[in-house]
Design a protein around this ligand. Sequence first.
Ligand code: F6P
Length: 390
Amino acid sequence: MISKIGISTGGGDCPGLNAVIRAVVRAAQLNYRWDVIGIEDGFDGLIYARNLKPLTVADIRGILHRGGTILGTTNRGNPFEVVTYENGKKVVKDLTPLILDNIDVLGLDAIVCIGGDGTLSIARDLFRLGVPVVGVPKTIDNDLSATDLTFGFSTAVNTATEALDRLHSTAESHHRAMVVEVMGRDAGWIALESGIAGGADGILIPEIPFDIGKICHMVKRRQITGSRFSIIVVAEGAVPLGGKQVIQAEATGGYNHIRLGGMGHYVGRLIQEKTGIETRVTVLGHLQRGGSPNAFDRILATQFGASAVELVAQEKFGHMVCLKGRQIESVEIEKAVGKLKLVDPDGQKVHIAEQVGIELGRPDNAEEEKVAEKGPARRARGKAEKPEEE
Ligand code: F6P
């Protein structure tokens, strides 16, 4: 018999997290009269049993449209490998026994974990230890393989598209090339979709190592044929042909990830150098993660939240909700994590982008491209100065 559940948000924030929290609380209380405990800052709240707050329907009033998460979050650390310092020495500890004790003490019959691949991997490991977890996938990157879409992605694409619309004005007025760097560590979904929606002339994604010569040629050709400006969208994880990604900071351990950034400036500098056309770079950064979720994401988040409550009611622990076509379904978290959903370089959306004349920087020589893909580590530490020459 379920009577009390916990809910937490982990990983980077994302538009729609509050809509999930609201849906979980409402569905749990209106349909089952369960108590719901909000756990703050991902798994930290459960390790240290701090800032745990009962959530009632009254408490979650007015949060549907709010960005961020009322529960707070963190994308640093992993309860299985917590770094502490004892007598000045670094010690890595497994603090999951504290989580198990606290779940017991609090009387939690289930925990709804909302998160991306890292958070859900921890949820899977906790489930293996016997914790009754149910997952809700989130990420603006839309790169989780087990769900057709994650909430937050659509809003991020809208934000990036609006930025492209605004940059068009200046690009056109000043006859400039405008480079826009968007998020997308491994997958180029935000770049591809916002680029198509925003009428970009070039789109660079991690899945297609790019030939900068193709981009410069496109910019030049447009100038000669009377279109005296160009807009190029660059995913932060894009990689030059035979080169590497630009890393700002290494991962610090656990499920933490490397921090990318700088490819936009690298591309912008080369365009200006090679074409002589004045070029400006805008990095959208966390603007894409913030703000109010759009209607689509509010609906998907509400569907996910309410369906997660149903999974708890059915005691389908170790599962997460997902979208398949137009239906909400569920999948074992075990089978869902660790596999990314990347843009297919030969897929329909990429093909359509090329059909309407968007330059993806695809090298002419397919053999060269294969060499680049198979090459050694595609990631380089440091600034955007020289990833190509490495
Ligand atoms: O995973 C979502 C994401 O937006 C990535 O595209 C990006 O690399 C990362 O988050 C940035 O995270 P942080 O908030 O740690 O800078």
